[in-house]
Design a binder for this molecule. Sequence first.
Ligand code: 5GP
Length: 211
Amino acid sequence: MEGKLIVISGFSGVGKGTVIHRLMEENEGFAFSISCTTRYRREGEVDGRDYFFLSQEAFEDGIERGRFLEYARYSGNYYGTPAQYVFNQMKKGIHIVLDIEYQGAFQVKEKYPDAVMLFLIPPSARVLVERLVNRGTETREQIRSRLAQALTEADQAEQYDGILVNDRLEQTLKEILRVVEDPKCAAEFRKQNAGLVQEIKKDLNGILKTW
Ligand code: 5GP
């Protein structure tokens, strides 16, 4: 049987990276799709492990050659999923996990309606801000841009199959596995958490006013 496509989106700083890392580590039969990007490499990131870091020219060449399953611009940079790797893994029956933003997520859903689309949110706006500040990889101005972006992304959350609160890692992992097993239960998680998305939006608006 073909592997499934699992799309995981969520605000910058919500902890997608950690969740996905643990999902791979603890479960066989999953593979992470390493994206291409034109953004600068953060300290600690490794080319070919976290991303394939490309120049703008190389990325645009990839677009022309149809090498991306999806791609989008985000915070002034290109991000895209190399198609070949995804197809190869799925053919082998391996579930493939994409950590991508919403424009790319919707492109994937259009091509693959069976893709499982999950949106991760933090337990509160305050926790999100703390995580971004503590990560220490962005300037204050870059954090502002990420928070403003989070507001736009929050409007898209309800179009995902499921919305999951990434508060306790173990719980988040359990919920992801449940949805992969039975995609229909994603809607339950969406309904449960849609209210929290609105609350976070309101709080983010307030935080940005005085940032
Ligand atoms: P970051 O710069 O923080 O690593 O990622 C910024 C955003 O780009 C995140 O929301 C992440 O999910 C998204 N992203 C990473 N890779 C891809 C990709 O291949 N395609 C798309 N559309 N978004 C991506």
